[in-house]
Design a protein around this ligand. Sequence first.
Ligand code: ADP
Length: 318
Amino acid sequence: MRTGWYVFMIKVSHMSKYYGEYPAVLDISFTVKEGETVGLLGPNGAGKSTTMKVLTGFTPPTSGEVSIGGFDITKNSFDVRKMIGYLPESVPLYSDMSVIEYLQFMAKIRGMKEGIVKRVNEVIEITGLEEYRKVLIGKLSKGYRQRTGIAQSIVHKPKVLILDEPTIGIDPVQVVETRSLIQSLGGEHTLILSSHILPEVSTICKRVLVIHDGKIVADDSPEILSKRLRSTQVCEISVTKTAKLDVIKLFRDQSYVVDIRTKADSNPSYNSFIIETSSTDSVEEKISKLIIENGLGLSKLVSLPLSLEEIFLQLTTD
Ligand code: ADP
């Protein structure tokens, strides 16, 4: 039974999962609101799949509590399963069934009794499988098999969609198409997606939980993570061309400069450089002062945001 109205679609409270003595996930807590798109980002072995298996009721937590839509996953696993669509790391597809047969079969397994044919046709359309509806799953490319996996995860109209590494091992063209499919599904579902591929979470998700060694080490939007975790700053400058001054040496001699390299500039009157600095304290001011003091004309000075890749490296190499 659901007790009272629920505030969060997903609530994870001090959840740990041990495999024998080994803590694959250790004391994690987080909440997800209805309609949020959350990326679970971490390297291999971080604990992403384990977290997802617990959320879907596939495996029980060793300790802690998890609820989906107000239902406790261990006490109300039947109700929870109806609310969740799950794409596991390797989808158990039946290679000798056609796409349509498999999806109708999965709809029945998920407890659907009416409107199966109509709904299966709908998901075939949503996932772009129209041409393949009668093709045996064993004959599909990996990308189309993955679409079939996504189709089975949404066939019963779940509120929550949990996708474990949905684009792993598929070719680049299909990756782009699969990502935009997932992005469109994000609109009507609460979505949790795991990935070790940074561009994936940043294009699809509004919020990123970074997981490392079974613990959540960051929880923010991709943009805020970038600002909060920045310990080095990267700037681009364009200055007037001069033969009189070695600009690279001038900057290298400054204590706050970590690195400087030239960047091709389309304007023949200017030279552009990318400068990496160690401090974030009024770096732009220091750079512009240095340029003016040395009689150089400044046409551009911009701070470049850190990529998620850099953030991730900072977090996980610590
Ligand atoms: P990720 O999905 O981030 O790659 P996993 O959740 O699959 O990470 O794994 C987390 C850790 O738990 C890894 O060290 C992995 O080897 C271990 N692990 C995962 N599944 C099992 C299992 N069934 N038995 C024992 N150890 C496991």
